[in-house]
Write a protein that binds this ligand. Sequence first.
Ligand code: G3P
Ligand code: MG
Length: 369
Amino acid sequence: LPRKPLRRYLQTSPPTSRIPSFAFAFDIDGVLVRSSDPLPRAHETLSYLQRNHIPFILLTNGGGKTEAERIEELSHKLGVELDTSMFVQSHTPFALMDEYKDKTVLVVGGDGDKCRHVAESYGYKNVVTPGDILVAHPEIWPFAQQFLPYYKPITRPLPSSISATHPTSSLKIDAIFVYNDPRDWGLDATIILDLLLSSHGILGTTSLRNNDDSLRKRGFQQDNQPTLFYSNPDLWWAAKYHLPRLGQGGFREALEGLWRAVTDGAELKKTVIGKPHQLTYEFAERRLREHRQHLFGGEEGELTRVFMVGDNPESDIRGANEYKSPWNSRWTSCLVRTGVYAGGVPRWTPEVTVEGVEEAVKWAIKDVG
Ligand code: G3P
Ligand code: MG
C-alpha cells in the first residue's frame, strides 16, 4: 500500500464537501497490537482510513511513556504515520490537573523513571518516584535491596519540604498518581500504604498508634492524607501471552486488600480515570474533534457517529455504551476477538462482535451506508 507521509496526509486537506460524519476510536492492546506485535490487517485497515480521509484516534488504557515516544513506536510497529493529535493514553488527562503541578507528587508505575518524565512533560514540577524513596531509605522495603543497582541510576535526591507539623525536613507527598502498571508491587504498595496511613502525607510518620484499638472503634478517616489517582481500572489486558494478564486494576485490588486488612475494613478513597469512565471518553472525543478539524483545514463538519473498536468489554464496550457525549454524537461499541474477549457472552453487550479490526471497520462503513 502506498504510504502517504502524515505531514502530506495532514496538510493535503481533502475537499471539505467530503468530511465524513463518522469516525473511529481504536483501542490499542488486543485490537492493533499484542505487546510489540502488530495484529493481522491493522496496518492495512489504518492505511485504508487514512487514504480515504476517514478520521480516527487511538484510545488506550496503556501508557508509561510520553505520547510522543509511544506514538513514534506505534507508527513504526504499524507502518502508518500517526501523530499525538490522534492519541489518548490512560494518563493523558492528568495533563489537565493544574492544581497539582506545583505540589509534590508521587508517580508510580512504568519502566525505570519514564513516568516521571511523562509527568514533567505535563508540567508537574516536583515528581518523586518509589525508586527515589527506596534509594534514600533502603530499609523502607527490606526485600528490595537486590534492586538498588537498578534504581540508583534512575533516581533523584528527595525534595525536602519543611512542614508546619514536622519541623525536621522530611518528604511530604500531596498526591499519589499511578500512571502505569507498577513493576514492583511490593515496594510500590508499601510506600503508598505508608503515605495513606501517614500524618499529612509526611513520609515516615503514622496517624496510627500501634496496637491502638481506637481505630477500630472510630473507624479510620482519610482526612489529611495524600489523594490517590489511578489512570486505568483494567483488571486484565491482552499482552503477548495467550491468556489475559493482570493490569493496573490488579495492583489496585491488591493494595485495597492490604488497606482493608490494616484499617479493619475501611473503604479506600481514590479517583480512577481511563476507559470506561466518562471523563476519558469526553477527553477522547474532544481530541478526536480537534484532530478531525485539523485534518480538514479547520472545517468542522458534523460528527454524529463514532465507532469504538475494542477487545475488553469492561473498558471499551461498557465505556462506549454508557458514554454521554456533550456533542450528542452516538458511540457504537464494536467488540473484537483478538484480545481479552475470547468468546461467550460478554458482560457488556457490544453493538457488534467481529473477528478483528478490519472486520469492525468494514461493518461500520456498511452501517453508515
Ligand atoms: O496497560 C494496558 C492495558 O491496560 C490495556 O490497554 O490499549 O487495551 O486499552 P488497551
Ligand atoms: Mg485492549
